[in-house]
Design a protein around this ligand. Structure first.
Ligand code: ZN
Ligand code: ZN
Length: 245
């Protein structure tokens, strides 16, 4: 109960977001999310709406201290809307990434009460038909990386911004499939000591350090295999790829 009360108190650092959530001001939330995302697009809107629905349904406010968790299943634009509205971020350990490649999120309270929200596939399939010009430009400029005139770039940005605002007015139950659920909450993020790499002299989280000639070294200096999260999701990188990053 104590944890729940804490989430109800509100967070002075996030008062603008909380005010927008309280007022149901999706447009304002989208603009806030745009500060983080850098462009406006429909998937950002879906993340904003999903985040908004989740925090309203669960009645939670972020303390920035893992009281509320968001388990995202994609690292596309959607996840930035989720981060801004729920306050669960990569850096505060309240964002958990599951590499499923699905536009979906589960937002959970410390007691495990949760809601899972996934983009409805029929809704998703209908987007291309509704915004043919935007889709065509996106396919040309983003998907195929073809050379495009600056005016085409600008046109795409404008069309996507317009689309992102339009999408906010769609009925939520046509955009998503939503269900209440219960999850087993992970432990709070552990705190690890740092050790100094004997080669580059930089500090490294103890659990990430390797040993070379009896001394601690960082993965980079050890040219060790590691995981990388990029536009393709999580993948393992060996020594050769790591040096190219
Ligand atoms: Zn985007
Ligand atoms: Zn090093």
């Amino acid at each position: 109960m104590a944890a729940e009360e804490e989430t109800e108190m509100g967070n002075p650092l996030r008062k603008e977001i909380e005010r927008l959530v309280e007022a149901g001001n999706l447009r304002g939330l989208l603009e806030k999310a745009g500060e983080l995302h850098g462009h406006l697009c429909n998937y950002l809107s879906y993340g904003v709406i999903a985040g908004y629905v989740a925090v309203r349904e669960l009645g939670v406010k972020s303390t920035g201290m893992e009281k509320v968790l968001a388990l995202v299943e994609t690292n596309n634009c959607f996840s930035d809307g989720i981060q801004m509205v729920t306050g669960c971020s990569f850096g505060n350990n309240a964002l958990i990434y599951r590499d499923f490649g699905k536009t979906a999120v589960t937002v959970a309270k410390r007691d495990g009460t949760a809601i899972r929200i996934v983009l409805d596939p029929d809704f998703e399939d209908s987007r291309d038909k509704e915004y043919p010009e935007a889709s065509e430009l996106w396919n040309k400029i983003v998907a195929r990386r073809e050379n495009a005139a600056p005016e085409e770039h600008e046109r795409m940005i404008r069309l996507f911004a317009k689309m992102s605002i339009n999408e906010l007015a769609k009925p939520v139950d046509t955009i998503f499939r939503m269900k209440r659920t219960k999850i087993t909450m992970p432990e709070f993020a552990p705190i690890f000591a740092s050790v100094r790499c004997s080669i580059c002299g930089e500090n490294v989280m103890q659990t990430k350090a390797r040993v070379k000639d009896g001394k601690p070294v960082c993965i980079d200096c050890a040219e060790g295999a590691h995981y990388v999260l990029d536009g393709s999701g999580i993948s393992g990188k060996g020594a050769r790829q790591a040096s190219m990053l």
